[in-house]
Design a protein around this ligand. Structure first.
Ligand SMILES: [Zn+2]
Length: 395
C-alpha cells in the first residue's frame, strides 16, 4: 500500500491549475488548486504541466548498444544488408543483452515512458536468448515500466528455418504478440508468411508486423493483412509498423488501402523515418485509421541516432508531417500517448482523469504544444502513483 500523494499546483493541459490526489496508485481526485488533502504527502509541482505518461509504441531494447560505448555505424543500405551487419556486430559484443536493454529502458523511464511495446529478435542464431533476457528485465522493472513483448523474426520466418517454432516457444514463455517482417521483401511469399503469423496469433492473439515493402506491393500486403485480421475477428489487435508504402500510392490505391485498414481496425505505427516515404498521419486519421508512434531503433546497428524520448519522437513526427499549429502538435502528442495506449490495448486505465492509473509526467511548459516543441526535462515521472524518476534520473 502506497500512502496518498498530492500533486500540488499542477498545470493541466486544459490550462487550469489543479491539485491531483493519488490514492492506491490511481488518480482519486482532480480539484482546483488549494483543496484540502490533509493526510497526503505532498509533491509540489509549482505550476509544472502535468501530462499522462508517455507510451512507447515500438522499441527494440535487445538491439541497443547503450552500455557498449560508442560503436561507429556500419554501411549497408538495404534491409538484408542491415540484418547481416547487425548479426556480425552482435557476435562481437561483450556487453550482455540484459545490461544494454536495461540501460535503454531506464533512459525511457527517465523520459516519462511507463508503458512500452518492445519487439525482441527471435532467429536461428540467437534462439530465445533475447526473449529470456527481456522477460527477466520486465520482471525487474515491473514497478517502473510495463513492457509488452513481440516475438520478432528479424531474419524472416520462411527464410530462417526453425524461426516459427522459436516464435511459438516465445509465445509460450510469456511473450504476448506475434511479429512479422516483410512477407514479400524478406520471405518472398506473402501468403505463406502471413499463414504462419496469423496461425500463431489464432483468434485471441495480437499481431505487429514490420512492413518496409514499398508501393503497390506494400499496399497489397496491407490489404491482405487487413483481410486476415477481419477473417479472424482480430479487429483492433493488429498493427503494421512502418508501412512506408502508404506514402507512395496513387489516390485511388491509397483510399482503397486506408479503408481496408480502417474497417479491419489495423493500426499503423510510424516513427517518421528520415529518408523514406512515410504514412500521411492526418489523412489516415481522417480515413478512420488508427495511427501511433514509437522510437524503433535507438543507437543500434540500424541507427546510431535516437534517445528513447517519446516527446522528442512526437516532435520528429510533427517535423516530417509539417504539423505546426497547436492543434497539430496536440495530435502529434496523442500519437505518443492515448493513441499509442489504444493501439497497445492498454487504454482502459490510461490517461489524466479520475480513476485512471497514476502514470504521469510533469514538465515545465505552458501546454502540450510547447511540451512537444521543446521536449523539456521530465521533472517528475510517476508509475502507479509512485515517483520513479526526477529531473530525468531514476529515483
Ligand atoms: Zn522495429
Amino acid at each position: 500500500v502506497v500512502a496518498p500523494l498530492l500533486l500540488a499546483d499542477a498545470l493541466l493541459p486544459t490550462g487550469e491549475q489543479a491539485d491531483v490526489l493519488v490514492v492506491d496508485g490511481r488518480i482519486a481526485r482532480i480539484a482546483p488548486a488549494g483543496a484540502d488533502s490533509s493526510d497526503a504527502s505532498v509533491e509540489q509541482l509549482d505550476g509544472a504541466l502535468l501530462l499522462p505518461a508517455l507510451v512507447e509504441g515500438h522499441m527494440h531494447l535487445d538491439k541497443t548498444l547503450f552500455g557498449a560505448g560508442w560503436i561507429p555505424h556500419r554501411e549497408g543500405g538495404t534491409v538484408p544488408e542491415r540484418i547481416e551487419a547487425e548479426k556480425a556486430l552482435r557476435r562481437e559484443l561483450t556487453v550482455s543483452v540484459s545490461e544494454r536493454a536495461r540501460q535503454l529502458a531506464e533512459r525511457a523511464i527517465g523520459f516519462g515512458t511507463t508503458r512500452m511495446r518492445c519487439h525482441v529478435d527471435v532467429d536461428n542464431e540467437i534462439g530465445l536468448a533475447g526473449v529470456e533476457a527481456l522477460l527477466e528485465l520486465r520482471e525487474t522493472l515491473r514497478d517502473r515500466l510495463d513492457i509488452q513483448l513481440v516475438a520478432f523474426p528479424q531474419s524472416g520466418i520462411l527464410s530462417s528455418p526453425g524461426t516459427a517454432e522459436l516464435m511459438e516457444a516465445a509465445l509460450g514463455s510469456g511473450v504476448e504478440i506475434v511479429g512479422g517482417l516483410d512477407p514479400a521483401g524478406i520471405d518472398g511469399d506473402v501468403a505463406a508468411h502471413l499463414d504462419v503469423v496469423f496461425d500463431l496469433a489464432g483468434r485471441r492473439g495480437a499481431v505487429d508486423i514490420h512492413l518496409h515493402d514499398h508501393g503497390e506491393l506494400g499496399a497489397f500486403e496491407l490489404r491482405e493483412i487487413a483481410r486476415r485480421a477481419r477473417a479472424l475477428g482480430l479487429e483492433g489487435r493488429v498493427t503494421v509498423s512502418h508501412a512506408y508504402a502508404l506514402g507512395e500510392l496513387s489516390e485511388g490505391v491509397f483510399a482503397e488501402t486506408a479503408s481496408a485498414l480502417a474497417e479491419a481496425g489495423v493500426a499503423i505505427m510510424t516513427t517518421a523515418p528520415g529518408a523514406s516515404a512515410m504514412p500521411p498521419v492526418k489523412r489516415l486519421i481522417e480515413e478512420g485509421v488508427h495511427v501511433f508512434t514509437g522510437n524503433d531503433n535507438v543507437r543500434d546497428a540500424w541507427s546510431p541516432l535516437g534517445t528513447g524520448d517519446m516527446l522528442e519522437r512526437a516532435a520528429i513526427v510533427a517535423y516530417r508531417q509539417a504539423l505546426a499549429t497547436d492543434q497539430d502538435l496536440e495530435l502529434a502528442f496523442s500519437l505518443a500517448t492515448e493513441r499509442a495506449a489504444a493501439a497497445l490495448g492498454i487504454d482502459s486505465d490510461y490517461g489524466l482523469r479520475e480513476g485512471a492509473a497514476a502514470d504521469l509526467v510533469a514538465v515545465r511548459a505552458s501546454g502540450i504544444p510547447e511540451a512537444v516543441a521543446a521536449h523539456p526535462v521530465r521533472e517528475l515521472v510517476l508509475k502507479g502513483g509512485r515517483p520513479v524518476a526526477k529531473d530525468g534520473r531514476l529515483v
